[in-house]
Write a protein that binds this ligand. Structure first.
Ligand SMILES: [Zn+2]
Length: 305
């Protein structure tokens, strides 16, 4: 039942898949315009953009498994050149994210031949995944130390320690020449899932899936001419692989003029007065998407009381 692998699939999607007859599930993410819009808006140094691209891809891979309305937030913070990175996936497929960083320290660690990885950029710190199902529900959050040089290894440590689910993750971010240089990203996650098969059989299937996973190259994750189904077939055809309906991804931020007005309304009137610029407007930049909002003081939605 792998005929659905023949569907032609492009970018900005997550394709769930299963290895035939084995308790192994996975998801493959391919991002073109979705990640290019996020990274281009921020105009970060390449190493920082790369880290944010990895965080967005990971958020899409994990968040696309949500069975309910909500958000999946991937964060990491440390004492390195990048103090903070956050990527946020909502169950409609929207992605957004940003970094806080020290430009001089990022430049200093970016001078070598190899692009600095997550550990070099973030330093000592923590990796956090949060499941947010809305205002009236409890947030589910897991925290693990930043371990491993890459963001993918941080995620594998997270799943091993926080969820006790054997998981492999690979993430790739790069630039491809289209009409000008465009950011692209790709990622794959595979997990051993609970099954009623004998334990030995489960372990064997997991070992086999990991062996195929090891062959996955970053170039394959980023190659725009290699469709998601082609890549899955190339990797897992010996065992058989079945792809399920894809979910689409897009750069999307929930900020709006109304939200910014309501946010400003929470400040005391005297502090708000100090924010007014020479043209009579208050300017607020959304950290997530870098959009700048200009609000006149009389447009501020002042909270009652
Ligand atoms: Zn925004």
């Amino acid at each position: 039942m792998s005929t659905d692998l023949n569907i032609d699939l492009g970018d900005n999607l997550v394709v769930p898949f299963a290895i035939e007859g084995a308790p192994v599930r996975g998801r493959l993410a391919r991002l073109g315009a979705a990640v290019d819009e996020i990274l281009t808006r921020h105009d970060y140094p390449d190493a920082v953009a790369n880290l944010l691209g990895e965080a967005c891809t990971l958020a899409a891979l994990v968040g696309s498994n949500l069975k309910f309305e909500g958000r999946l937030i991937v964060q990491a913070q440390g004492d390195g050149p990048v103090a903070y990175v956050v990527a946020d996936y909502d169950s409609g497929g929207g992605l957004r994210g940003y970094c806080r960083y020290d430009a001089e320290r990022v430049a200093a660690v970016s001078q070598g031949f190899a692009r600095p990885g997550a550990r070099t950029l973030l330093g000592e710190g923590v990796f956090i995944m949060t499941l947010d199902q809305g205002p009236d529900t409890e947030r589910h959050q897991g925290v693990t130390p930043i371990e491993g040089e890459t963001f993918a290894l941080c995620a594998e440590t997270y799943f091993a320690q926080s969820e006790q689910t054997p998981t492999r993750v690979r993430l790739a971010v790069g630039q491809a020449d289209g009409s000008g240089m465009r950011w692209r990203a790709g990622g794959m996650l595979i997990q051993a899932v609970a099954s009623d098969q004998a334990r030995g059989d489960t372990e064997e299937a997991w070992t086999s899936a990991q062996a195929f996973f090891e062959t996955l190259g970053e170039d394959e994750l980023l190659d725009p001419s290699l469709s998601a189904p082609q890549l899955l077939f190339r990797m897992f055809h010996e065992d058989g692989v079945r792809a399920f309906d894809p979910m689409s991804l897009a750069a999307f931020c929930r900020c709006s003029q109304d939200r910014i007005s309501a946010l400003l309304g929470q400040f005391p009137a005297d502090e708000r007065a100090e924010m007014v610029e020479s043209d009579g407007k208050i300017r607020v930049t959304c950290e997530y998407c870098a959009r700048v909002y200009a609000v006149a003081p009389d447009e501020v939605d002042v909270a009652p009381g």
